[in-house]
Design a protein around this ligand. Structure first.
Ligand SMILES: *Cc1c(COP(=O)(O)O)cnc(C)c1O
Length: 237
């Protein structure tokens, strides 16, 4: 499958526009542009289109399914500039194969999964960077740690992993004000955890196509942008 020149050009424009908007959102609240990394969520497209996104300048790619991540990572393995991010649910039986691609894992949503990743990392002689996913909206259907459970997890993180921060998603159907409040709660939680646990949690992965500005205003350091990048590039009807 080839991506035609028009779509390739549109993808490049979309990427540049998103990068520019992220930069302006950061600067608009007194932060530097380099304090926010844009992760291009490539889960909507094939490997060919994903490669075109990389060629447009996006080197951090997010996938929500571990199988899709490793398939794409295998077919794009010649590009050593790519940094993979797993942003969706991970089952323990997929950890080994996933870790071959050295991803940052944003979606650690239970103590059992954290331990499984730590164990496999240690056996592959790796230090895996992970974020703990927090269920900030209080929505029962959502995955993630309850805020109260996090302090305990951080007391003695197992070997093989480095907990670099928190990941949060606004609940379904929340408006922008609600989203902003949830992101602010996440940052406050992070600040508290750092103080209590005497640890560093520099990364906050929050914000998607529809709410990245609110997330950046609340302190996001990683925004996960998918659909905005592929407008006019793929047919999503
Ligand atoms: C799909 C997905 C995104 C990207 O969402 P868009 O609205 O398409 O930008 C971000 N984060 C997670 C966890 C996702 O599953």
């Amino acid at each position: 499958m080839m991506i035609d020149p028009d779509r390739r050009e549109r993808l490049k424009q979309n990427w540049e526009r998103v990068e520019d908007e992220v930069l302006r959102a950061a600067e608009g609240c007194g932060r530097s542009g380099s304090s926010v990394k844009t992760i291009g969520v490539s889960k909507y497209v094939d490997a060919e289109t994903t490669l075109a996104l990389v060629q447009a300048g996006c080197h951090d790619l997010g996938e929500s399914r571990p199988q899709s991540l490793w398939k794409k990572a295998e077919s794009l393995a010649f590009d050593t500039e790519i940094r993979w991010h797993l942003i969706g649910h991970l089952q323990r039986n997929k950890v080994r194969r996933l870790l071959h691609h050295r991803p940052v894992i944003h979606s650690i949503d239970s103590q059992r999964l954290l331990l499984a990743v730590a164990e496999e990392s240690a056996s592959q002689d790796l230090q895996t960077s992970v974020l703990l996913e927090v269920n900030i909206s209080g929505d029962e259907a959502k995955t993630g740690f309850r805020p109260q459970a996090l302090a305990e997890v951080l007391i003695s993180p197992p070997e093989g992993i480095r907990v670099i921060g928190l990941m949060a998603m606004a609940g379904w159907g929340t408006d922008r004000d609600d989203a902003r409040r949830q992101f602010e709660k996440t940052r406050e939680l992070r600040d508290q955890l750092q103080q209590q646990g005497d640890c560093l949690l520099p990364e906050l992965s929050m914000g998607m196509s529809g709410d990245f500005r609110e997330a950046i205003a609340a302190g996001a350091t990683m925004v996960r942008i998918g659909s905005r990048l592929f407008e006019g590039v793929i047919d999503r009807s």
